[in-house]
Design a protein around this ligand. Structure first.
Ligand code: ADP
Ligand code: MG
Length: 250
């Protein structure tokens, strides 16, 4: 469904992506792991057409994203739900308005659907019924992520992109978000791409795990195979992740 080929991206003389190749299958969870600053967010932004590559392309259902612009690109983006790294809710708007926002935008010029009903449904899906009137400042970090997710799925996207959905959350909330990602995939049959630097999370939710390093995908495999990697860089990253867990008593 998503085919990334030979993707190159530089900012000035800083070359971040040096020929990324990755196939993201439909209806599955693909987790992309790697140390911070390696270009995971940059890669995700190419998938949704927020950044343009210097070379290479991203194909989604046979459409070359890098060649879309204007209304075409906007239409295309509607297939995606994106949960940004810091869940970026509008602080001055309550939960209802935050989730209604993409609906009102998405239906501009057309007959609006029953927005209160959709907002209530999406909140129920993320386990937060009845909090429409609350302001983001009244919510915990985990709740804000879940509201961000409710907003991301408001337009029923076929593909959901998650940028570090569990960073900064405690283990209990991390597990809750992981389960939510799985239930989105199971109940809505979406294709999910999850950026993470949490190894445990990656193994819990991934149908396929890819590791980015040095501007390229250096390993991409099903979890079992990934764990038995023969690539020393991947093995070291996995070991380091495990030690971190042990140190924290997890
Ligand atoms: N819009 C931009 N302009 C210039 N440099 C950028 C931009 N976006 C990202 N970078 C640089 O690209 C590198 C990778 O960033 P990023 O994709 O955010 O890493 P991460 O893997 O932690 O998500 C960083 O060095 C960052 O400074
Ligand atoms: Mg990032």
């Amino acid at each position: 469904m998503i085919e990334i080929s030979n993707l190159h991206k530089s900012f000035g003389s800083n070359e971040i992506l040096k020929g990324v190749n990755l196939t993201i299958p439909k209806g599955k969870v693909t987790v992309i792991i790697g140390p911070s600053g390696t270009g995971k967010t940059v890669l995700l932004r190419h998938i949704i057409g927020l950044l343009r590559p210097n070379a290479g392309k991203v194909m989604v259902d046979g459409l070359n994203i890098s060649e879309l612009a204007g209304a075409e690109l906007n239409d295309f983006r509607r297939r995606f739900g994106m949960l940004f790294q810091n869940a970026a809710l509008f602080d001055s708007m309550n939960v209802y308005d935050n989730i209604a926002f993409p609906l009102i935008e998405g239906y501009r010029g057309r007959k609006l659907p029953n927005i209160p009903k959709i907002v209530a449904e999406k909140l129920k899906l993320v386990g937060l019924q009845g909090i429409e009137k609350k302001l983001p400042s009244e919510l915990s970090g985990g709740m804000r992520k879940r509201v961000g997710l409710a907003r991301a799925i408001a337009l029923e996207p076929a593909i959901i992109l998650y940028d570090e959905p569990t960073t900064g959350l405690d283990p209990v909330m991390t597990l809750a978000i992981d389960n939510l990602i799985l239930s989105m995939q199971q109940e809505l049959n979406v294709t999910s791409v999850v950026i993470s630097h949490d190894i445990d999370s990656a193994f819990r939710i991934g149908d396929q795990i890819a590791m980015i390093h040095g501007g390229r995908i250096i390993e991409c495999a099903e979890p079992k195979e990934f764990r038995n990697t023969t690539n020393p860089i991947v093995a070291e990253f996995l070991t380091a992740g495990q030690q971190k867990v042990n140190r924290h008593g997890g």
